[in-house]
Design a protein around this ligand. Structure first.
Ligand SMILES: NC(=O)c1ccc[n+]([C@@H]2O[C@H](COP(=O)([O-])OP(=O)(O)OC[C@H]3O[C@@H](n4cnc5c(N)ncnc54)[C@H](OP(=O)(O)O)[C@@H]3O)[C@@H](O)[C@H]2O)c1
Length: 236
């Protein structure tokens, strides 16, 4: 059983990951900004596990939020061994259309916030000897698919690099980091930018299965990147 922090789990991929890990019996601390929380206790299959659920206010744009969250989760569960940095934003503008604030906001949420989370939990991740960091990057962190995806891709390439950088920094401490790189996943984010029908996009619950597998692998089965796609492309 692991103690996992999942950011941005009010909806979309994060909610699917949190529900899956909770149902598997892990301790799950969810960082989410205001607004309505999912009705975790209303889901009969999760009801037996809700005592393992910890909800924390977390805004990825707040520089102090990661340290606060890690402190609260540690107080609740005693230790932390897994981070799933999922919260992310996409502003679908080319690098020419985007202004400085657009690019900065995506770097802050997609890159700086996951880096701060890993940094804040670093001693805990190292202490257990089997720390895991999952960065929800994107296939846009592997290739630039279109002009509109360009400025988002800048930040997702950096998110992929972040996972590699964490893997290098933590390998001798037993920390393993993976960049999970999906194409279109049927959530608000993809449905807002693609005409592809949701049933032809990757199901967020399948990403949750992938994350569940990744955090269960031993130190000797390090997965640096995990690309997953709902359509054919040259390399993914
Ligand atoms: N959907 C795709 O096709 C796709 C493909 C590749 C990669 N990804 C990546 O997968 C991750 C999850 O995406 P998704 O598809 O589930 O997107 P989504 O449906 O738009 O959900 C994004 C989540 O991130 C949270 N979030 C955004 N800004 C935040 C902030 N400042 N502080 C805290 N939470 C914040 C949102 O919180 P609120 O609910 O409060 O707004 C929401 O829970 C992202 O990193 C995304 O880039 C998605």
């Amino acid at each position: 059983m692991r103690t996992v922090l999942v950011s941005g789990a009010r909806r979309g991929i994060g909610a699917a990951i949190a529900a899956r890990l909770l149902g598997e019996g892990h301790n799950v601390s969810i960082g989410l900004r205001g607004g309505e929380h999912p009705d975790w206790a209303g889901d009969a299959s999760l009801r037996p596990y809700v005592e393992r659920l910890h909800l924390v206010d977390y805004d990825a744009l707040d520089r102090n939020a990661a340290t606060r969250w890690v402190g609260e989760a540690r107080e609740r569960f005693g230790s932390i061994d897994t981070i799933v940095a999922n919260a992310g934003i996409m502003i679908a503008r080319s690098v020419i259309e985007a202004n400085d604030d657009d690019v900065q906001a995506m770097f802050d949420v997609n890159v700086q916030a996951p880096r701060r989370l890993a940094k804040a939990a670093w001693d805990q991740l190292a202490e257990c000897g089997q720390g895991r960091v999952i960065i929800l990057s994107s296939l846009s962190g592997k290739r630039v698919k279109s002009a509109k995806a360009g400025s988002y891709a800048l930040t997702k390439f950096a998110a992929t690099a972040l996972a590699h950088a964490i893997r290098h920094a933590g390998f001798d401490l037993g920390i393993r980091a993976t960049a999970v790189c999906p194409g279109f996943v049927a959530t608000d984010m993809a449905l807002g930018v693609s005409d592809r029908p949701p049933e032809l996009m990757t199901d967020p619950r399948d990403l949750a299965r992938i994350v569940s597998l990744l955090i269960s692998l031993p130190n000797e089965a390090s997965v640096a990147e995990f690309a997953v796609n709902c359509q054919i492309e040259e390399s993914f």
